[in-house]
Design a protein around this ligand. Sequence first.
Ligand code: 5GP
Length: 117
Amino acid sequence: MYDNNNIFAKIIDGKIPCKKIYEDKDVLFFEDINPVSKIHILGIPKVKCVDFSDFISGYHKDVVANFFQKADEVIEKLGIKENGYRIISNSGVDGGQEVPHFHIHILGGEKIGAKIR
Ligand code: 5GP
């Protein structure tokens, strides 16, 4: 069940500020408030979905494909494609998910090593 009051819903609505990297009518990419690497970006689709499975099963494949295409464009814009990066999506209790709106973490700008988020 999607919680309309979660932090990322408020960020999408502009009720909570964020440092935007890229935004259009469908997606938003912004800096994580508590970065674990030199570059730590969060990417969210602007649809009501709790986690990865909810997003994949609940929305048309064009919506899903567009989100990941935009993520690749952001990675290009960040200049981290050549050296590499890590994409993570936490889900549920065992996955350590804190915010119940599907999101990806894009980590880069340095060797990520064993760091996970
Ligand atoms: P999760 O553990 O759900 O995968 O990750 C949630 C992420 O959201 C964490 O890395 C946390 O630092 C970030 N975060 C939580 N609240 C805010 C906020 O208000 N603004 C931003 N920019 N990031 C947030």
